[in-house]
Design a protein around this ligand. Structure first.
Ligand SMILES: Cc1ncc(COP(=O)(O)O)c(C=O)c1O
Length: 404
């Protein structure tokens, strides 16, 4: 996102709420969502955009998206709890290892769709559905066994991944479900991973799952193609969704008699560019000729560079002019606690505020208390209003769950 226009607001927020602090922009969030919705509506009559809570589950952001028509994609009873609190109208419950109590909670709360990844889930869903006197819509997550070009930690549709069911078990799941009174097996699902930019992987997976469903005698009413729509942290562009949705629509028209409901589960493409992390410079030093900027945010606050080697644009608020090469490190006692290496920045001084861009997704949601560091606050900028939407953790919070 281009933040020059927001610099003064960001400096005020850093002053008022301290650093590190996450800042989100409602306008960018909703623009991203509505862009996806507009393109999807060109190609599908029945559509659900189920926002992936794992990307960022702050309830204020989720509510804004639900008000705009988004459903929720959740993968734990914690996310489900939040989606219910946020009044999500349609909830898709995914997850590779759902516990029995999570399935019970999902069925009891009438989630719209449960996508299974294990044959064993079927008997629990059937049992709790009968107890609650409902027939539960169920989908099967298919693992298409294809390699997608992305970071290995975020690829999920390959033969070596734990996710989904392979062809043999997909067919078994269809035949088991047919014998269950309280299961309405009506959906197929796949999610190939995150940061995917090529349309072919989706089409390959779609064609495989459609032919498998036909072989198994499964009548598909819902097709859930997951999320994973790539967002370039370099250019700020999202993958070509027009092309992707057009091609998917063509395959569906060629293969299915009746038009299914299409479910999308984007997370990053909606929320990544809506967030900024502000962090203050504590010190500058040189270690064997390498210039380090040491900031007050660490990998516990923002783990993407350490975990995935993610590269985010970083700027110095209110500064231009001659640049120097700096590496940017945090206070955590790990060599991986580095946000950038040899980055050109305007000359930095202690007290400057750095803005780490595009941290709306998989950033706060992956934060921790490592090194016993309280987590930062979150602030929402919604038109002229600046609102604290999660306070900074304090020392008491660090003790809260310990039995003392
Ligand atoms: C099942 C499922 N759906 C959707 C998503 C969202 O992916 P992304 O944020 O890349 O769109 C994920 C991410 O891991 C996922 O596992």
């Amino acid at each position: 996102m281009y933040i020059k226009q927001y610099e003064n607001i960001l400096l005020d927020i850093a002053e008022e709420y301290g650093t590190p602090v996450y800042v989100y922009f409602a306008e960018i969030l909703l623009n991203n969502f509505n862009k996806i919705k507009t393109i999807a509506k060109k190609y599908y009559r029945k559509i659900l955009i189920a926002y992936a809570y794992k990307a960022n589950s702050n309830i204020h952001l989720c509510k804004l998206l639900h008000r705009e028509g988004a459903g929720a994609e959740v993968v734990s009873s914690g996310e489900l709890f939040l989606a219910l609190k946020a009044s999500a109208s349609k909830i898709v419950f995914d997850g590779v290892s759902k516990s029995v109590s999570e399935i019970e909670y999902a069925v009891r709360n009438r989630v719209w769709l449960i996508n299974i990844e294990n044959l064993g889930e079927l008997k629990y869903i059937d049992y709790f559905s009968e107890k609650n006197n409902i027939v539960q819509k169920v989908g099967i997550r298919f693992n298409p066994g294809i390699e997608v070009s992305t970071h290995k930690h975020i690829a999920t549709g390959g033969k070596l991944n734990k996710f989904g069911l392979d062809s043999k078990n997909f067919i078994r799941a269809v035949s088991i479900s047919k014998k269950m009174k309280n299961i309405d097996l009506c959906a197929v699902h796949f999610h190939l991973g995150s940061q995917i930019f090529d349309t072919e992987s989706y089409i390959k997976a779609l064609e495989r799952v459609l032919s498998l469903a036909e072989e198994a005698g499964l009548n598909i009413r819902i097709i859930d193609i997951g999320g994973g729509f790539g967002y370039s942290y370099e250019t700020g562009e999202t993958m070509n969704l027009d092309n992707l949705f057009a091609q998917i629509s063509r395959v569906l028209k060629d293969s299915l008699g009746e038009e299914p409901t299409v479910v999308l589960e984007p997370g990053r493409a909606i929320v990544a560019s809506a967030g900024i992390l502000l962090t203050k410079v504590n010190y500058i030093k040189e270690v064997y000729g390498k210039k380090w900027v040491l900031v007050d945010a660490g990998m516990n606050d923002f783990i993407r560079p350490a975990l995935y080697g993610a590269k985010h644009k970083i700027t110095v608020l209110g500064k231009n002019g001659p640049t120097e090469k700096y590496s940017i490190g945090g206070p955590v006692c790990e060599s991986a606690d580095v946000f950038a290496e040899d980055m050109e920045l305007p000359r930095v001084a202690p007290g400057d505020v750095l803005a780490v861009h595009d941290v709306g997704a998989y950033s706060y949601s992956m934060s921790s208390n490592y090194n016993t560091r309280p987590r930062p606050p979150e602030v929402l900028v919604d038109r002229k209003e600046i609102k604290l939407i999660r306070r900074r953790e304090n020392f008491e919070d660090l003790l809260r769950l310990m039995i003392t």
